[in-house]
Design a protein around this ligand. Structure first.
Ligand code: UGY
Ligand code: MN
Length: 264
């Protein structure tokens, strides 16, 4: 709460064009652009010293939940968690120490963890500075004959980068394995690189810009995006990315994968 209160006061004092400069866009059923400057935090049960910016939920049509957690110095899970959901954590800034299966691991910037449902875990920020952590969770869809994968705790630098037709991609969850229904990748673009076609697909996306800037074309709207923006894309939203600026741009992308669809 402190964070945005400070920002809001600055805008009120200095500027008379607050709404015309607003970059937050919500097109229900299609997409949402959610920059940090428009976010409001709240607390979640059983965390201490942690504020959550809620990015995607069933409230905006998503079949997953995505938060940005602001973990203050000494902020932590207040008790060992054992969630019904599968979870993915990615450190945007700072460091947390995460304990999974009784083993503590430091997760610095770029560190991540994927946890199957009911994997007990704790985390704590043992540093002096605030950490920022993306947390994505969803209900795991178990399939007869396909084993639930074991937890992964790693760093993005451990993961191979593969070229696609135009950009580089790292699978932080190895979703070429059918046990994973949560596809998480890092997509990295040199300036000037763009998709080779307009994508449209049933999978939804939670997209977090981690570096650089670009133009996102979403359902025929062209929007400038930059580091720290969150984008939600609904199923079938037509999408095209064009990397601009002078440095590489990159984003962390959630997509639902590897499962068939139920009929009503
Ligand atoms: O794989 C994807 O769906 C990905 N290329 N989409 C995106 O980056 N918007
Ligand atoms: Mn896509």
């Amino acid at each position: 709460m402190k964070f945005n209160q400070v920002q809001t006061q600055k805008l009120i004092v200095n500027d008379a064009d607050i709404t015309s400069r607003c970059r937050c866009i919500n097109v229900p059923g299609s997409y949402m652009i959610f920059p940090r400057s428009s976010r409001v935090e709240h607390q979640l049960p059983h965390f201490e010293g942690v504020l959550a910016q809620v990015l995607a939920t069933p409230q905006n049509g998503a079949a997953f939940v995505q938060h940005e957690l602001l973990v203050e110095a000494n902020g932590r899970t207040a008790r060992t968690r054992d969630d019904d959901y599968e979870s993915f954590f990615y450190v945007l800034e700072g460091e947390i120490e995460m304990t999974v299966g009784g083993k503590a691991r430091k997760l610095p910037e770029g560190g991540f963890a994927w946890l199957p449902p009911h994997e007990a875990y704790d985390f704590q920020n043992k540093g002096d500075d605030r950490s920022r952590v993306v947390w994505i969770k969803r209900r795991y869809v178990q399939v007869d004959g396909i084993a639930i994968p074991a937890a992964i705790v790693a760093h993005q630098s451990d993961v191979r980068a593969d070229p696609t037709d135009t950009y580089m991609e790292q699978h932080l969850t190895p979703y070429e394995q059918m046990g994973f229904d949560m596809g998480i990748n890092l997509q990295v673009f040199d300036p000037g690189v763009y998709f080779s076609f307009v994508e449209a697909h049933v999978m939804e996306h939670g997209l977090y810009m981690v570096a650089g800037r670009g133009l996102y074309w979403l359902n025929h709207d062209l929007i400038e995006v930059q580091k720290d923006d969150f984008i939600y894309m609904a199923p079938y939203c037509p999408q095209f990315y064009y990397a601009t600026g002078w440095e590489k741009s990159a984003y962390l992308l959630y997509k639902d994968v590897n499962r068939d669809y139920e009929l009503p």
